[in-house]
Design a protein around this ligand. Structure first.
Ligand SMILES: NC(=O)c1ccc[n+]([C@@H]2O[C@H](COP(=O)([O-])OP(=O)(O)OC[C@H]3O[C@@H](n4cnc5c(N)ncnc54)[C@H](O)[C@@H]3O)[C@@H](O)[C@H]2O)c1
Length: 292
């Protein structure tokens, strides 16, 4: 069902949606529901979302927003243990493709993109919303980080983005959007963020270089940078609750970011209207980055 005949909106919404108020329950409408029509739509676009662990994941906020704006989805889950948590969420969004993906496994990664090529023929949007660092390295000083731990964190959290972009490139002949998710600890020392700071700095640099290299092909590359959010990955960071409290207090809006806000922003970046924006780290943090 579409937003409403009044608006000429092309966006898919649940049948319960109220086109007048724009209240769409679990799939909020991001388009401007006015007589002038949609500001943007992802109708007809195909998006691969990597990084849903549960309904608190940033990737889930993005997947919901992509779906609400009309995109068809491919969703991955880490392993057999993650599947029962992720598959029902993917089904809620009528994802056409649901597949396992541990990015350390090259065959699995190739299989995901082969399936997209075989079933869709093309890809418009790639969201890479994953990170990992072995606990002993994450909890220690940066100067004590082991060679192995540093390598694992860089491989899963950074190089996997490059591998995905490389596989997406031939499927984005009409252009496309690749996004990853970073954090402010990349540029400033954030207590207890430790080695993930340098890892995110590398991720942001990769974003800029990939954007420069793929710009001529109409492929934009972005890093979303939300303020701290309570997710499974965040629970691995020491004293995360204190970071949340400190951030809320010092943020100009005094509001912590939500996965819905990140999703809405990501959906816009995925749209045709944002196609001339690329290579940037986008803070979605209530303005914390200007004062923190
Ligand atoms: N939560 C925050 O405060 C916050 C803030 C800024 C940025 N981020 C970043 O957002 C991204 C998503 O994290 P989140 O906070 O939504 O937590 P999350 O735990 O919901 O998501 C992390 C995802 O990484 C996946 N992952 C880990 N290792 C993997 C591997 N080998 N192969 C494939 N997937 C793997 C997990 O399965 C999970 O789905 C991460 O890059 C994180 O650093 C988080």
């Amino acid at each position: 069902m579409f937003c409403g005949a009044l608006s000429g909106c092309h966006v898919r919404h649940p049948a319960s949606a109220d086109p007048k108020s724009g209240a769409h329950g679990r799939s909020p409408c991001i388009c401007h529901n006015t007589k002038r029509g949609c500001v943007f739509s992802l109708s007809g676009k195909r998006a691969l979302v990597v990084g849903i662990a549960n309904d608190q994941s940033i990737a889930w906020g993005c997947a919901r927003a992509f779906h609400a704006q009309g995109a068809d989805l491919a969703v991955t889950y880490l392993n057999d243990r993650a599947e029962p948590h992720v598959r029902p969420l993917a089904e809620q969004l009528d994802a056409s493709i649901v597949a396992p993906l541990d990015v350390r496994d090259d065959d699995q990664l190739t299989a995901v993109f082969d399936r997209i090529r075989d079933e869709w023929g093309s890809l418009d949007v790639l969201l890479h919303s994953i990170a990992f660092c072995p606990k002993e390295d994450l909890h220690g000083r940066v100067v004590d980080c082991s060679r192995e731990g540093f390598g694992v964190a860089m491989d899963i959290s950074v190089h996997s983005f490059l591998r995905m972009i490389r596989l997406a490139e031939p499927l984005m002949e009409r252009g496309g959007t690749c996004m990853t998710v970073s954090f402010y600890g990349s540029e400033k020392v954030v207590e207890h963020y430790n080695v993930m700071g340098p890892v995110k700095a590398a991720l942001e640099s990769v974003t800029r270089y990939a954007a420069a290299e793929l710009g001529p092909k109409g492929i934009s590359v972005h890093a979303l940078s939300p303020g701290p959010l309570s997710t499974r990955a965040a629970s691995g960071i020491d004293h995360f609750d204190a970071l949340l409290a400190r951030t809320a207090e010092n943020t100009p809006t005094h509001q912590l970011a939500t996965i819905e806000e990140v999703g809405a922003y990501a959906a816009f970046l995925a749209s045709r209207e944002a196609s001339n924006v690329t290579g940037t780290v986008h803070p979605i943090d209530g303005g914390y980055h200007i004062v923190g």
